[in-house]
Ligand binder design. Structure first.
Ligand code: PEP
Ligand code: CO
Length: 460
């Protein structure tokens, strides 16, 4: 019944299109066994939750909320521990508090979490010392270790990805619904090293929030809303065998949803209009995003919107601009303007990470804190000039004290990168750099909101 309904919903049409960035599975029968199994497992998220997120993304497209999407470049199965997951959740919640309080704007919180296991790569193979093996494509496909056994794509990993996603989501739901995220605990989320400027500033915010909350309590305010938060899950919908196997029909509406996450995005390398990724995601009803790099044109963006959101529903489609700090002020305005003038409804996010990666002199893949901030600043300037809405921030971060991005008030330099460089793919903001970034973005957002004509109308 369900499979027939899925077929009727057209979710297999992508099979006739070119799918880039897929592994070469050596054993098709083994792949089939795992994907068959995955069609039977319970969904990780529910269609109603995805609909709720769509409404919040629509609010962000109008400037009534701001999106914060963050997490690892690539989640690692072995790192899905309680401590690391808690630190990541805490970092996102702290950033959200800073943005909410600093810019008086509700924040839509989305983790690159509980499913961010598949990575696009620039080459199919990797060669070290004359040995060539399949490239690491993320834990859902193979392992990062450099042996043949570790690198051969293993379909069992699709089931592992499902189970690790389920346990990560379980912890997210427990932390966000079970009292940990209560706004009256903002102080306890801090690490307490008040000597550090970002933590000291956070302490000050937390103190002010505390006072405001106590004042509201004394005035008879209702606190149930402060007890819990919503934290949605997202990942790049790259590995189509997995995404298709977790697609379900929503019993309420009869529509197909990809129940591997609330929010799914198409990467810069797989956004071809006639490609399998765009085709597949056009058939599911989750809110979606597409990454747009500096080679994208306004016509590309409008065509993607027409394919992925033909009914022009607000909140259905988000564009994540990842231009590079040196290009954002030249490349982005034409695209945003073309999208604005065509009347298609989109939410604009900035990803200031992926256009700003380079290799340091000592050989680490890194990014500079100031360059990241410069791209965010450019993103705000572009929207300011066009009268459009800067809807949110998409960043790669971790809650741990790693040293992968250079700069910040800790002034991590090339030598410092070696101290604790752990990422398997892209460099992430560490906990402190994440809070620093949130303070700076809160300032940009507060300034942007202060200049908005809507506020002037309200005064008139
Ligand atoms: C990513 O988000 O990790 C990624 C690969 O991004 P992009 O598609 O923008 O290169
Ligand atoms: Co990345």
């Amino acid at each position: 019944m369900t499979e027939a309904a899925l077929a009727a919903a057209g979710v297999d049409s992508y099979l006739s299109k070119e799918a880039r960035q897929q592994p070469q599975w050596p054993d098709a029968a083994a792949l089939r066994r795992t994907t068959d199994r995955l069609t039977q497992v319970p969904p990780l998220v529910f269609a109603g939750e995805a609909d709720g997120l769509r409404a919040q993304l629509a609010a962000a497209s109008r400037g009534e909320a701001f999106v914060l999407q963050g997490g690892d470049c690539a989640e690692i199965f072995a790192e899905a521990t309680a401590d690391r997951i808690r630190n990541k959740i805490k970092t996102i919640l702290q950033m959200a508090v800073i943005l909410t309080y600093g810019a008086s704007t509700p924040v839509v919180k989305i983790g690159r979490m509980a499913g961010q296991y598949a990575k696009p790569r620039s080459s199919d193979t990797e060669t070290r010392d004359g040995v060539t093996l399949p490239v690491y494509r993320g834990d859902i496909v193979n392992s990062s270790g450099f042996t043949e056994e570790e690198r051969i794509p293993n379909p069992e990993r699709l089931l592992d990805a499902y189970h690790v996603s389920a346990s990560t989501l379980n912890l997210i739901r427990a932390f966000t619904q079970g009292g940990f995220a209560d706004l009256r605990r903002v102080h306890q989320w801090n690490k307490g090293f008040a000597a550090n400027p970002a933590y000291a500033k956070y302490e000050q915010f937390a103190g002010e929030i505390d006072r405001a909350v106590r004042f509201m309590g004394a005035a008879g305010g209702d606190f149930d809303a402060l007890r819990t938060v919503e934290l949605f899950s997202s990942h790049e919908a790259l590995l189509l065998d997995y995404e298709r196997a977790l697609t379900r029909i929503d019993s309420r509406s009869g529509l197909a949803y990809d129940c591997s996450a609330h929010f799914l995005w198409i990467g810069e390398r797989t956004r071809q209009l006639d490609g399998a990724h765009v085709e597949f995601l056009s058939k599911v009803h989750n809110p979606l995003a597409v990454k747009l790099g500096p080679t994208a044109t306004a016509a590309d963006a409008v065509a993607l919107a027409e394919r992925l959101n033909p009914e022009n529903v607000a909140g259905r489609l988000t564009f994540v601009a990842r231009m590079g700090a040196d290009k954002v002020r030249d490349a982005l305005p034409g695209i945003v303007e073309g999208v604005r003038d065509s009347g298609v409804a989109v939410t604009w996010l900035t990803d200031p990470m992926h256009g700003n990666t380079f290799t340091s002199d000592s050989g680490y893949k890194t990014r500079k804190f100031d360059t990241i901030l410069d791209e965010v600043t450019g993103f705000f300037e572009v929207h300011e000039a066009l009268g459009t809405v800067p809807g949110g921030l998409h960043v790669e971060l971790t809650g741990d004290d790693v040293t992968e991005v250079m700069g910040g008030t800790e002034k991590i330099d090339d030598e410092g990168l070696a101290r604790r460089y752990e990422t398997k793919v892209d460099p992430r903001l560490n906990h402190q750099q994440s809070l620093e970034m949130a303070f700076l973005v809160a300032d940009l957002l507060a300034k942007h909101n202060a200049g908005r004509p809507q506020e002037l109308e309200e005064l008139a």
